[in-house]
Design a binder for this molecule. Structure first.
Ligand SMILES: [Zn+2]
Length: 230
């Protein structure tokens, strides 16, 4: 992928699946359709509620949270009022649930947030919270099915365990044959180039802390050894 594709500033690597409501890297389309078909055969209606997201979209989420115009939650899901906080504290709070523009795995088109649509009561809003994927939560059966089957289709979960950076996101799946090489290409220099050309709030602090941010929010993920799983 080019630097513009890696940071969501180009769409040349992705395809809009139209009726399925998602936008994926061209090499992820067929694996995703295969995963969806297999899930359906096991009575799960696997839907990607979030897929490719471009830099501009991530910037509007980021700036909205930074300015206090969008809700920001703590790790326990409680709302925070960070309007009077210094930039560094605001950014640390936002980073618990949102990626920095340019640093989201959703820019690659390889990563999706999934739900089991058949488990939602009609009219219910989609809530991406860990409890919904555990115990008797609405997406728990799909979650278990994915744990047993997704590796065979090339997918894994990059955010499973509690880490210094991103909180656990059982709904977030990643297609390894695309995202593993993308992660290797995603250096601090690539991030700096994207940030310097942008108008994201707090960008001076981001630039000053790029190495720490890259280590904590880009590189520090859960990985799967596919050679041993297959
Ligand atoms: Zn996600």
């Amino acid at each position: 992928m080019t630097a513009d594709e890696l940071t969501g500033r180009a769409r040349s690597h992705v395809i809009d699946l139209g009726a399925l409501g998602c936008v994926l890297h061209r090499d992820v389309v067929q694996p995703f359709l295969d995963l969806r078909d297999a899930a359906r055969a096991a009575d799960h209606d696997l839907v990607a509620v979030s897929s490719f997201r471009d830099f501009g979209r991530q910037r509007s989420i980021w700036n909205g949270k930074f300015r206090g115009e969008r809700p920001v939650l703590d790790r326990q899901g409680r709302p925070l009022d960070l309007r009077d906080w210094p930039a560094a504290d605001r950014i640390n709070a936002i980073l618990c649930w949102s990626a920095i523009p340019g640093a989201s795995r959703h820019h690659w088109g390889s990563d999706i947030d999934v739900i089991d649509r058949s488990a939602l009561a009609s009219g219910a809003t989609v809530e991406l919270v860990p409890a919904a994927y555990l115990g008797d939560g609405p997406h728990a059966a799909l979650n278990t099915w994915l744990s047993e089957n997704m590796a065979g289709f090339g997918f894994f979960r990059p955010y499973v365990s509690e880490r210094a950076g991103v909180s656990p996101e059982p709904w977030h799946l990643s297609y390894a044959p695309i995202s593993v090489p993308a992660l290797r290409q995603m250096t601090p220099a690539v991030l700096l180039e994207a940030w310097r050309a942008s108008d994201i709030d707090g960008v001076e602090w981001l630039i000053d802390n790029v190495d720490m941010l890259h280590a904590r929010y880009v590189e520090d993920i859960d990985t799967v050894d596919f050679d041993n799983r297959r």
